[in-house]
Design a protein around this ligand. Structure first.
Ligand code: TXA
Ligand code: MG
Length: 375
């Protein structure tokens, strides 16, 4: 089936000022909700990335998501809710104390929690697992849509499986033109990387995917029942542990084993732990690969160093500013847009600077390592 994909722009002021009644009465939101109750898919913004939503209780609707994305059938979806009552409709058993305090601290927001699921949530939504991932987004348009549709919405990131996640409506259109009926355009997503997925079922809190809520923030709430895998692996050599930590530390979330977030253009990572050799490394690359069209995604600090040295060896190459190393939130919010932007420029290679894994930097580096080529 082909659709005439419509993009409906929603006034940013309504979103910023959280004008919930006006958003709920917006004709585009009403149309989106109608489509969702008919079992169709609709793309909508969240604070992290755009999601491709469908009724989480309707297996035909959920199958449309898998089909449109080309998503492997064993990768479960996150169910999005707008109020806490919806959680109790979905999950089996009581909410644990730790679940309760994480929800009180981080919902609505970029935190996804894993719970045992009730029977009526179809196997398609959870890829056959007896658990369900749930989150309450903080984006006013997402909340308005869930409320008007009056449905829990299964919504993976609205990208073709394997591609960089979408942080703007145009990214969704690039991937799904003709294959979904409607995109709600709420402007750029403020966080820019997906939610943190956390398993709270055992006696430890475990991060399955790092994301918008950092390990440090979680730990402040959970205290010593936090699973600290990273510290343990740091016993190994620095680089080795860093790679292991970012690439293999989160094996239980089924989706983490696939190729992910990748542009078509080969993406290489410039690792420089102390940020003192980066300029030399870039120079070396340009000397080794003369004649290549390269794109560089670099921090403000690195660009400044290059400018101070007044060397013009980057002339003719594409350089994009990823944001400041001291402001990893800024880098997170720009990451996927930059990968998509450079991917359209017919470059031979894209190089991206590695940043510290502190705070949201852990999620940024997780996405970069997964998207990139490690030689
Ligand atoms: O920020 C986000 O989480 C975005 C927006 C749209 O909300 N959504 C998102 O969905 O990133 P997706 O499908 O791209 O990633 C969902 C992740 C996958 O890694 C998946 O394997 C994991 O959550 N997941 C879902 N259900 C799970 C479950 N029951 N147990 C373990 N992991 C689960
Ligand atoms: Mg995704």
């Amino acid at each position: 089936m082909t659709y005439n994909t419509r993009v409906e722009k929603i006034d940013h002021k309504l979103i910023k000022k959280k004008q919930m009644e006006m958003l709920k009465n917006h004709p585009a939101v009403q149309q989106a909700a109608d489509l969702l109750s008919q079992g169709e898919t609709v793309a909508f913004p969240t604070e992290t990335v755009y999601g491709l939503g469908a009724d989480a209780t309707n297996k035909k609707a959920v199958n449309r998501i898998y089909k449109a994305k080309g998503r492997p059938a064993d990768n479960p979806l996150i169910v999005h809710i707008a109020h806490i009552e919806q959680l109790y409709q979905i999950i089996a058993g009581d909410l644990s104390e730790i679940g309760d305090s994480l929800i009180k601290n981080f919902w609505p927001g970029p935190l996804t929690l894993i719970f045992p699921k009730k029977e009526f949530i179809p196997a398609e939504t959870t890829a056959g697992l007896d658990t369900v991932a749930v989150r309450m987004p903080s984006h006013a348009l997402a909340l308005a849509l869930i409320e008007v549709a009056n449905l829990p919405l299964a919504a993976p990131s609205a990208n073709i499986s394997g591609a960089p996640s979408p942080t703007r409506a145009i990214h969704v259109l690039d991937d799904f033109k003709g294959s979904i009926p409607l995109i709600l355009d709420g402007g750029p997503c403020p966080v820019g990387v997906e939610s943190t997925v956390v398993d709270i079922r055992g006696d430890k809190v475990e991060i399955l995917r790092p994301g918008g809520i950092s390990r440090e923030e979680l730990q402040r709430v959970t205290g010593n029942i936090f699973e600290e895998k990273i510290e343990k692996s740091e016993i190994d050599s620095e680089i080795d542990s860093k790679e292991k930590k970012i690439k293999n530390e989160y094996p239980i979330s089924p989706g983490m084993k696939y190729r992910h977030y990748s542009p078509q253009t080969p993406l290489y990572i410039i690792d420089d732990d102390n940020h003192n050799k980066i300029v030399g490394k870039i120079k070396g690359l340009l000397q080794s690969y003369t004649g290549m069209k390269m794109g560089f995604i670099l921090s403000q600090e690195t660009i400044q160093k290059i400018n101070e040295l007044k060397m013009n060896y980057l002339k003719g190459q594409t350089v994009k500013k990823m944001g400041a190393r001291k402001n990893p939130e800024e880098i997170a919010s720009r990451l996927f847009n930059l990968l998509r932007e450079l991917d359209k420029m017919n470059l031979d290679r894209i190089y991206i600077e590695a940043i510290s894994t502190r705070g949201i930097g852990e999620a940024v580096m997780n996405r970069i390592y997964k998207a990139g080529i490690t030689e």
